[in-house]
Design a protein around this ligand. Structure first.
Ligand SMILES: Cc1cc2nc3c(=O)[nH]c(=O)nc-3n(C[C@H](O)[C@H](O)[C@H](O)COP(=O)(O)OP(=O)(O)OC[C@H]3O[C@@H](n4cnc5c(N)ncnc54)[C@H](O)[C@@H]3O)c2cc1C
Ligand code: HEM
Length: 398
């Protein structure tokens, strides 16, 4: 199926009004959908709705779709990324009809006379085209899951085999499958979807957590930061810390994600992390330590109290000649030791150690940290295809 010239023209002409009214449309959309199809609130994060992150991400995506409707290659990466995100929630094709219905109704409600029958018909057609594209990519992901040893579709029960406090804020949870069968060997950098229903929540909640160790075919480890900084505590991270104990059962969606280490390559790798952004990087580091590839591991934490895995990464660097570690503490305490630099990560100060020919750079951390890393790498002339990063939340351009 492709869109007619006329439909493309109409959709493109709505891009400016969507730039202005997109947020209002997506707010109305979520309100109506949660009133009439509350079961979908088991899928969408309520917190991301309350903080408007979901509304803004969806409005941006729709506006972008309208603006580039006549240039499909420009949309390819974003479509692939969102489909991967959807697949990590194991979305089903029938859910697209529900979302489509409320989106078009919300556009009609908010745009009033601007949304003529002709415009709404064009949007129905364009929505269906996009939905079909998502469904096709997501089905490919599910099929691949089905055909990979140890994988599964939907959710699978796992038991908490251990929990380890890595520091004051981060605790690791080790999961083993209740059915005792093997678990799929994910690619370093990928994450699982964890589905839980806390007693104090009316809905099940799904959150993504990066797998924080190298794959071993038997168990998974995630490492979760307790989110306490904002005016309202994070629901699932606090529930995991306070209430989920060894022996408890959780449901996991299979590993997904495009932020993955190319395990076949032999090029040098520079890993950079800030705070809990360390988790996918740990999986990469532990995998790379078993190879002879040249690795630089650069981490930035506030101080030793909140520096997770510090002893482990130091031991890895000491044991493996191919791995070199550099640690920054931006708020060191009087007792801190073992770090290399005081202050926020300064890439220029370590440029001679991390600017390696043909290196691939993988980074994860707070948005400001990632923007700084990205900017610096670009200024050094590192090609785009050698730069890889993960955002812990709705995608943002950095
Ligand atoms: C690909 C991916 C990988 C990830 N990997 C990890 C990982 O390895 N480790 C890890 O710890 N996290 C990871 N995350 C983040 C994780 O998925 C959760 O987003 C995080 O644990 C917070 O979830 P929560 O339920 O505790 O917070 P939520 O309840 O979802 O709230 C999110 C944030 O908003 C704030 N908030 C909530 N409600 C309000 C409100 N009404 N007003 C103002 N602020 C509010 C909360 O304090 C919190 O900071 C990852 C995310 C992604 C997308
Ligand atoms: C064509 C239709 C759709 C579009 C354009 C769309 C777009 C998006 C975008 C842009 C994001 C943010 C991605 C990111 O985190 O970077 C997202 C996330 C998400 N989408 Fe969709 N989506 C569509 C359909 C659906 C459907 C049918 C469902 C399920 C009912 C769904 C469920 C979700 C969920 C659960 C998330 C994660 C939200 C969160 O973390 O808060 N989406 N989608």
């Amino acid at each position: 199926m492709s869109l007619s010239e006329q439909t493309i023209r109409i959709i493109k002409s709505t891009a400016p009004v969507l730039a202005e009214q997109g947020d209002a449309i997506t707010r109305h959309f979520y309100q109506q959908m949660s009133n009439h199809n509350p079961e979908l609130m088991n899928v969408f994060s309520i917190s991301n709705q309350q903080t408007d992150r979901q509304q803004v991400a969806l409005a941006d995506a729709i506006q972008c779709y309208a603006a580039y409707i006549d240039n499909p290659p420009a949309l390819k990466d974003a479509v692939e990324r969102f489909a991967q995100k959807h697949a990590s929630f194991t979305l089903q094709p029938e859910q697209y009809s529900i979302v489509g219905k409320y989106l078009i109704e919300a556009a009609a409600y908010v745009l009033k006379d601007t949304a003529t029958d002709e415009t709404l018909a064009a949007w129905r057609e364009a929505y269906q085209l996009l939905a079909n594209l998502f469904i096709e990519i997501e089905e490919g992901v599910y099929r691949q899951c089905e055909s990979t040893d140890g994988s599964w579709q939907g959710t699978r029960e796992f038991r908490v085999a251990a929990r380890v406090a890595e520091n004051e804020l981060i605790t690791s949870f080790y999961f083993e499958p209740v059915d005792g069968r093997p678990v799929v060997n994910f690619l370093p950098g990928q994450h699982i979807g964890l589905s839980l229903k806390p007693e104090n929540s009316g809905y099940r909640c799904i959150r993504q957590y990066s797998l924080s160790d190298a794959p071993n075919g038997k168990t998974y480890r995630i490492s979760v930061k307790r989110e306490t900084d904002c005016e309202k505590e994070g629901l699932i991270s606090n529930y995991l810390h306070d209430s989920v104990q060894v022996g408890d059962i959780v449901e996991l969606c299979p590993p997904t994600g495009e932020f993955v280490l190319d395990v076949e390559a032999s090029s040098p790798v520079v890993l950079l992390s800030g705070g809990v952004g360390q988790t996918p990087i740990m999986s990469m580091l532990n995998t790379l330590a078993q190879t002879s590839r040249q690795v630089r591991y650069v981490h930035s934490a506030q101080n030793s109290k909140v520096h997770a895995f510090g002893a482990h990464t130091k031991a890895v660097a000491n044991k493996h000649d191919n791995v070199e570690q550099i640690v920054f503490y931006n708020a060191p305490t009087a007792d801190c030791s073992g770090h290399d630099y005081n202050g926020i990560m300064n890439m220029e100060a370590i440029r001679n150690r991390i600017e390696l020919p043909n290196a691939h750079y993988y980074f994860c951390g707070p948005l400001g940290f990632m923007a700084m890393v990205n900017r610096t790498l670009k200024s050094w002339g590192v090609p785009k295809e050698n730069i890889h990063f993960e955002v812990f939340g709705p995608h943002k351009e950095i």
